[in-house]
Design a binder for this molecule. Structure first.
Ligand code: URA
Length: 179
């Protein structure tokens, strides 16, 4: 998996990246968090959520008595979009085969997409519907085998104090399920 990610040239993001982000955490975890795309710190280290958004994610996990090492963390787009711009639809489309492989290998019981891009992708994948994050954050969606709880992106809390309280409330929903 790591090698496939490192060698991927399906979209042009590989040209300007330093390194792609590889997942982190427990490859046997029941719970999968999916971010958006690497930022500067992630591009330098290859570790998802290792910057400011990452420390907010760590705090949110701590709130529900989990550590990064207990969960599986990845991104929907593995290479940094230049100047941290939003990932393009075409980039998500080309990169998503990697996330699909990760879901296949991990077989998570809970998926928490973080932010609008991964939430849209996951809810579209399982429910064939185009939801906006504002209407679905913190809601529990169930398929036969998987519980999906979309969340606002932790970075949203950097610039917006209200969002941290919403994130805390939404993260507590994870605790209701046996992970
Ligand atoms: N934001 C993301 O969506 N992913 C990261 O890895 C870092 C910041």
């Amino acid at each position: 998996m790591k090698q496939i990610i490192k060698e991927c040239k399906r979209c042009s993001l590989f040209k300007k990246r330093i390194t792609p982000t590889i997942h982190c955490g427990d490859i046997k975890s029941n719970i999968l968090f999916i971010g958006e795309a690497p930022g500067k710190n992630e591009d330098e280290t290859g570790i998802p959520f290792c910057g400011r958004a990452g420390s907010i994610l760590n705090d949110l996990l701590k709130l529900i008595e989990l550590k990064r090492e207990d969960v599986y963390i990845t991104n929907i787009v593995k290479c940094r979009p230049p100047k941290n711009r939003d990932p393009k639809k075409s980039e998500i489309k080309k990169c998503s085969y990697l996330l699909e492989k990760e879901i296949e290998l991990l077989k998570p019981k809970i998926i928490c997409p973080l932010g609008r891009f991964s939430s849209k992708y996951i809810l579209n994948k399982y429910f064939k519907k185009n939801y906006e994050i504002g209407e679905v954050h913190g809601k529990v969606f169930k398929t036969e085998n998987i519980i999906i709880i979309p969340m606002y992106h932790p970075a949203a809390a950097i610039y917006n104090n209200k969002k941290i309280n919403i994130l805390k409330k939404d993260f507590k929903k994870i605790k209701k399920y046996d992970v």
